[in-house]
Design a protein around this ligand. Structure first.
Ligand code: GLP
Length: 242
């Protein structure tokens, strides 16, 4: 496990974007596992900037997103599809046929989990999976619980996650209670994993993830077992690690 310390959010974003940029440069047809939330916004801005400067080509890149709220369609500004369009896809030369997210409008949850799991399997392995870290240690929407999930699941959001994510919605009531998410098994199958963590409010959970027991009660702790994981964190997030 590598831990790269950045001074602040902007430096974290740039260092992490550079890792993704080098992946794209070294393997132009990479499969990228992508994440949403506030953590990767700056990272995507850097990728878009470097694309505009002619440094990156997304034409052969394939993507699979980690998760999507169940109940939100593509036009909903809080859907992760909308987020990805807004922050990355609409700004670069990616082929939208190569972009994959769970379908938030699916009526049959089990069927959608099976479909998305098959999509992930069909890509022949994720070359680089980007992750943020939830306030309760979740990765994707794999919330603390009794087991490490294997495949794509329809997850019930933990109360802490509803509270953390309500800032993006007009009211708490509007936060969907369920989301489709890659399972821990899907995430751990990625060849490389890049985790970005920012802010003092994540310092305690980050320390648990990096140094604590490996337990499904802290889902991100499983990353200690991954053979090629890099954490890029700002100084505030790492403040309890000194
Ligand atoms: C969300 C998402 C995760 C994200 C995490 C952290 O609920 N499901 O994929 O990484 O929580 O979000 P943020 O970066 O906004 O703190």
């Amino acid at each position: 496990m590598k831990i790269i310390k950045a001074a602040d959010y902007n430096e974290m974003s740039k260092k992490a974007a550079a890792i993704i940029a080098s992946q794209i440069t070294l393997k132009p047809d990479s499969v990228l596992g992508l994440a949403t939330g506030s953590s990767p916004v700056g990272l995507y801005k850097n990728l878009v900037q470097w694309y505009n400067e002619g440094l990156l080509d997304f034409s052969q890149i394939k993507t699979v997103n980690l998760d999507e709220y169940h109940g939100l369609d593509h036009t909903n500004e809080q859907s992760y599809f909308y987020f990805m369009q807004d922050n990355l896809f609409s700004h670069v030369n990616i082929n939208m046929e190569n972009v994959n997210l769970p379908d938030g409008t699916a009526e049959d949850g089990d069927k959608e989990c099976a479909r998305y799991n098959a999509v992930i399997q069909s890509m022949g392995g994720v070359d680089l999976q980007l992750l943020g870290l939830g306030h309760d240690g979740h990765i994707g929407f794999n919330e603390p619980g009794p087991i490490f999930t294997k495949g794509v699941q329809r997850a019930k959001l933990a109360e802490t996650t509803i509270q953390a994510n309500k800032r993006f919605f007009e009211s708490e009531d509007q936060v969907p209670r369920y989301a489709f998410s890659m399972g821990i098994g899907n995430i751990m199958a990625a060849k490389k994993i890049l985790v970005i963590v920012s802010g003092a409010e994540k310092a305690k959970i980050l320390k648990e993830v990096l140094t604590g027991d490996i337990t499904p009660e802290v889902p991100g702790s499983i990353l200690q077992y991954h053979p090629d994981v890099t954490f890029v964190c700002d100084a505030d997030a790492l403040s309890l690690m000194e």
